[in-house]
Design a protein around this ligand. Structure first.
Ligand code: G6P
Ligand code: MG
Length: 220
């Protein structure tokens, strides 16, 4: 099966927002006197805001009401968005622009599939709002990764069958979501260690586009 669309995760694939997420969650954890470190932060990769909060609160002995949880998530997002104001096109990760240009030249559709509700703001900050044929994000889904919903929605907006889509991801939850959607899964960065990724790369600068699109595959 030839690939006719590529769905990009946003955080950690197009742009590195990890440090901003870490700083914002660290500030909330410190205020609440909850232990939080970079290892715990790694587990938040690709996971929705409320599910991230649940992971953080699992390190506290206090129990929080729904209202308190909503307030903590809101406070975290306010800090995070303040940090996102600094984001610019200089923060686009290496290899992204070249890949987008190469895919466009081959008439391959491109989409965003992200759990983040801040996707529109991040795309605006890095100047890529009009570079994608479809955007599926945390604002338009009920179930976040590893559920396949966000990638299936992106494929539906593009009008491409899931099996013709390749997903580029930096999180295990995202690789699992891509496989659950029956899509090809490319793991980069921390997801390069994922056993179920179909292709594994340190970053997008060494991506073999023919291998991504399976143009050399012998079809029966
Ligand atoms: C991405 C990030 C996660 C983050 C999630 C929700 O998937 O990798 O770390 O928790 O988006 O982000 P949001 O911007 O909606 O809080
Ligand atoms: Mg990610």
């Amino acid at each position: 099966m030839k690939i006719s669309a590529v769905i990009f995760d946003l955080d950690g694939v197009i742009v590195s927002t990890d440090e901003y997420h870490y700083k914002a969650w660290k500030s909330i954890s410190d205020q609440e006197k909850i232990y939080f470190d970079r290892e715990i932060n790694e587990r938040l990769r690709g996971v929705s805001r409320m599910e991230s909060l649940a992971i953080i609160l699992s390190h506290s002995s206090k129990s929080y009401s729904e209202k308190e949880k909503q307030l903590l998530a809101q406070r975290k997002n306010d800090i995070y968005c303040e940090l996102l104001n600094k984001l610019s096109p200089n923060d686009i990760l290496p290899g992204v622009i070249n890949l987008l240009v190469s895919l466009k030249a081959r008439d391959i559709k491109v989409a965003i599939g992200s759990s983040s509700k801040n996707t529109p703001f991040i795309l605006k900050q890095i100047g890529l709002t009009s570079n994608f044929d479809a955007v599926a994000d945390g604002n338009s889904i009920k179930n976040s990764k590893p559920d396949p919903e966000v990638f299936l929605l992106a494929a539906e907006i593009l009008g491409v069958p899931p099996e013709e889509c390749a997903v580029i991801e930096d999180a295990q939850a995202g690789i699992d979501a891509a496989k659950a959607a029956e899509m090809k899964a490319v793991g980069i960065g921390s997801a390069a260690n994922c056993l179920n990724a179909d292709m594994k790369l340190s970053d997008l600068t060494n991506l073999d586009i023919d291998q991504l699109l399976e143009v050399n595959e012998i079809r029966s």
